[in-house]
Design a protein around this ligand. Sequence first.
Ligand code: SF4
Length: 185
Amino acid sequence: MGLEDKLPEGIVTTTLESLVNWGRANSTWPLLFGLACCAMEMIAASDPRNDIGRYGAEIMRASPRQADLMIVSGRVANKMAPVIKRIYDQMLEPKWVIAMGICASAGGPFNNYAIIQGVDKILPVDVYVPGCPPRPEALLFALDKLRDKQRKETFAQYYRAEAAEPFVRPDDIAPLESLRAKQPA
Ligand code: SF4
């Protein structure tokens, strides 16, 4: 005889961790910003046909302090990298990152000194979305993958994340001029 036989119908048991993860996975609020052409597809994910609201992610926040998901939609220029990093640092834990498109994931067709070859050089990425540009459905699939990850997270992970050294500080990102200087003449 299990516990379920002793409980009246309609009672649900869970752990606090699962309950919190359930809430987080169903109300992940993205930061309101876009970097390049991929941003158009990200915007299209909010239209009635794709309806990102089904994931509880339609509330795009203009302040990093109210957002817990950064969707990097587009190429990351060297000049922009310290700004993105600073905004990421201003988001509260727990927070997640989706690299949307091949530019944000690995530099894409822009293999040159002006573009960071993947945003994971400056901040940790949870889900990568391939494509140039990925369709809105691909972004929704990435949200599904992120939800799988969020459901498995533990509180201990966040303590460790807060105690860890920063991934990269904004000032550590090489300024454009120094990268230009390294280019062969
Ligand atoms: S992946 Fe393609 S669509 Fe997206 S930012 Fe790069 S060039 Fe533009």
